[in-house]
Write a protein that binds this ligand. Sequence first.
Ligand code: HEC
Length: 133
Amino acid sequence: MGATPKDIPYGLPHPAKLALLAGSMLALTLAVTLASAAQGVSELATAVTRARQAELAQFVRHDCGSCHGLTLRGGLGPPLTPEALAGKPAAYLKTTILDGRPGTAMPGWRPLLPDAEAAWIAHRLLNGVPDAR
Ligand code: HEC
């Protein structure tokens, strides 16, 4: 809901007009920031670029999917769908991704994935991994 031109009273003296303009631009910036925060990925999106997010989504479907199923509904490894993971903390999933589960087939991915990318994957698993393109 940004300010529309008709919201700006043109009869005001010059300095007040400027202040109003600055104010509405600030409001617009805030609105855009809030809109991206509402998508729930803003802080992660800054750590992992959009292009890399697409690569990671494909990586999860293919590499993780080789055990967890291409649709992540389970195979050798358990399902990684939002329903199956509901209630599990993101930090716990991230640790599993980075360090694996010793004594099971789940390998650690630390050599391949920086912390921020493992956090992004954990967040995506909990909320749904976008389809690989
Ligand atoms: C070689 C097979 C294999 C591959 C590849 C694999 N996993 Fe796993 N994963 C497993 C197995 C087996 C388990 C169950 C371990 C256990 O019994 O605790 C597991 C468990 C998990 C869990 C814990 C699930 C839960 O409910 O606690 C997560 C999260 C996970 N894997 C994510 C991933 C991600 C992300 C990838 C890709 C980066 C991946 N896995 C690749 C075999 C695999």
